[in-house]
Design a protein around this ligand. Structure first.
Ligand code: NAD
Length: 256
């Protein structure tokens, strides 16, 4: 049991297809205690049964665009747990119209929204939970290859993920003084609610099946098992890192 008794706070479960659900499931299998945020009433009724299924300790509301909700969440978690050993940030959002066509058309508001929810929220949560994070705690976020290279239609989310990955490196320095580690997983494409907003997503899945070294797409369980490594003491010397869980696709140049 690699995570026996560790308190893992999971942000970003929307349903049982969510990457955060795959992570929570693998954490549970390794003995972690779990708690989940939810975004508004619509997701409350989806997250509650998932928390019950996985034996979660509690759920709490937190929209990461609201400093008030973040602060209220911290108070709630402090009351319930007193401390946090693992924090998972599995959150992203951009307007659908910004996930198609030309990147150059991105509006100022669309850009701000995508960067606020998908990148800034990691720093906001890290700061808000800084005092609750125990020594040797591990923070994890989710990124995508669109941060590094151009992926058709990923557009503003690629820019947000680049900001997210840079944030991981800067936060590693700030949190590292106390022994807290922070890393990102760059996951291959997986059919989830968030992914359904990206125009032509099915074609990306097909392309990966043909081109990736493993000739398959990754699953939320693949991501969950790598998350166990990064959350556990097995990765005690690793921080500021972006770890690809993508069937090896990122190593490809030209594959004929
Ligand atoms: P998902 O739709 O299941 O999860 C996205 C989550 O973000 C949802 O739970 C949603 O409630 C949450 N969220 C959105 N706006 C929020 C807000 N204002 N406050 C709080 N929560 C908010 O989809 P997913 O694919 O599991 O996405 C999880 C993470 O993984 C995202 O960062 C995504 O970019 C990343 N990722 C996804 C893929 C993929 O192909 N699915 C690949 C690489 C990385």
């Amino acid at each position: 049991m690699l995570l026996e008794g560790k308190r893992a706070l999971i942000f970003g479960v929307a349903n049982n297809k969510s990457i955060a659900y795959g992570i929570a499931k693998e954490f549970k299998a390794q003995g972690a205690r779990l708690a989940f945020n939810y975004l508004g009433d619509a997701l409350h009724k989806r997250v509650e049964p998932i928390s019950e299924e996985l034996g979660g300790d509690f759920i709490f509301q937190c929209d990461v665009t609201s400093d008030e909700e973040i602060a209220a969440g911290v108070e709630y978690v402090k009351k319930e747990w007193g401390g946090v050993d693992i924090l998972v940030h599995s959150i992203g959002f951009a307007n659908r119209e910004d996930l198609q066509g030309r990147f150059i058309e991105t509006s100022r508001d669309g850009f701000k929204l995508a960067l606020d929810i998908s990148a800034y929220s990691l720093t906001a949560l890290a700061k808000a939970y800084e005092d609750l994070l125990t020594e040797n705690a591990s923070v994890l976020t989710l990124s995508y290859y669109g941060a590094e290279k151009v992926i058709t239609n990923y557009n503003v989310m690629g820019v947000a993920k680049a900001a997210l990955e840079a944030s991981v490196r800067y936060l590693a320095v700030d949190l590292g003084a106390k022994g807290v580690r922070i890393n990102g997983i760059s996951a291959g494409p997986i059919k989830t609610l968030a992914a359904s907003g990206i125009s032509g997503f099915r074609s990306i899945l097909n392309y990966i099946e043909e081109q990736a070294p493993l000739r398959r797409n990754v699953t939320i369980e693949d991501v969950g098992r790598s998350a166990v490594y990064l959350a556990s003491d097995l990765s005690s010397g690793v921080t500021g890192e972006i770890h690809h869980v993508d069937s090896g696709y990122n190593v490809m140049g030209i594959g004929l």
